[in-house]
Design a protein around this ligand. Sequence first.
Ligand code: NAD
Length: 359
Amino acid sequence: MIRVGINGYGTIGKRVADAVAAQPDMEVVGVAKTQPNFEAHTAVERGFRMYAAIPERLALFTEAGIEVVGVVDELIAAADVMVDCTPSGIGAENRDRYATYGTPAVFQGGEDASVGDVSFNARGNYADAVGAEFVRVVSCNTTGLSRIIAPLEDAYGIERVRATLVRRGGDPGQNARGPINDILPDPIAIPSHHGPDVQTIFPDVAIDTMGMKVPATLMHVHALNVTLAESPTAAHVREVLGREGRVYLIPPGLGLDGAGTLKEFAYDADRPRGDLWENCVWAESVAVEGRDLYLFQAIHQEADVIPENVDAIRAIFDAADAATSMQRTDEALGVGIRGDPAGFLGAGGVTAGVPQQER
Ligand code: NAD
C-alpha cells in the first residue's frame, strides 16, 4: 500500500483524498488543513486523520471540536508521498519541507513548471515521471488539451494545434472571483500560458492558445482546431477519441447541449460532487476539412485532474505502467461514460472499429 498524505484540503485536495482512498493499492495517511472550516469537518466525517498545516493554529481545530492528530511535518514524515493541493505558489514554498523528510510529492498546475522534475499527464507522458521525486500535474485546461493531443498525435501526427479556451471565472465556491458581468480576453496578450504549458508535456507540438474568462462557474469550454499530418474522416476521429477512457464523446439526442446540462447529467448519475473526470467532446462538433480538425469540448475544472494525481503517485513509485495505472484508477473511481442511444456513433457505439481504408 502506498501511504499518501494530502496537504491542502480544498477543491482539489478533498477530491484527491477521496480518489486515493478508493484505490486498492493506496491509503490516505491524513490530510492537512489551515483552518477548521466546513471542509475540515467533512474530512473528519469521512474518516481522514486531520493534521494542522500551521502548527500555531492547532488549538483552533480543538476548539471547533475537530480532533487533530499532529502537525503537517508529522504527516510528511509518516507518508510515502505527499500530494500538495495548496493554493498556487504555496506548493513551491512547501517543496523544501518535503525534501527535508525525503518524501516525494505531487504538485498541482497552479505551480510554476519548475516546482517539479517533470510536468505530468498520464496519457501524454506517464513514463517521464517514473521514479521522479517531484511531479507537477498540469492544470485542468492543459490536462484537457493533452488528452486530445495524445491520441491525435498517435493516430495521425499533428502539425499545429490552435485552441480558444473559454474559461470559467471561478469555481462555485470562489465567491470572491469574477468577472460578474463581463467577457474578458485573459490574458489579452497572445498566446495564453496554456500553449507553453502543453509543451511541458509535448515539447515538439506546435500550439497557439487564446484565453477568455466568462461569468460562469460550471466548466471551461474549448474550441479546438488541429492541423493533422493526415486527412482522416470525422468518423475516424470520433472512433479514435472514443477509444479513450477519459474522453466522453457526447452523442446527439441526449440534450447535452452545454456545461449546465452536462453538470445536471453528472448529478443525475450520482457522480460524487457532480464531478466529470472526462473531457466532454461534442461528437457532432468533430469536423474535418482537409487536414484541419475542429471540435468543441467541455472540461470540468474541479475534476479532470483528479485521476491524473492518482496516476502520478503510481508513476513516482513505478507501481504500474501507464495503461495499467489508468485502468486501475478509472475502475476504482468509475471514470468512463459510454452510451449512444441515437446510434450516431455507428453500430456498437464508440467501440466499433473503423477500418484503416475509411480514413
Ligand atoms: P482551494 O483554495 O480550493 O484549496 C486550497 C486549500 O489549501 C484550502 O483548503 C486552503 O485553506 C489550504 N491552504 C492554504 N494555505 C495552506 C498551507 N500553507 N498549507 C496547507 N493548506 C493550505 O484551491 P484549489 O482550487 O484546490 O487549488 C489548489 C491547486 O490546484 C492550485 O495549484 C490550483 O491552481 C490547482 N488547480 C485548481 C483547479 C480548480 O479548478 N480549482 C483545477 C486544477 C488545478
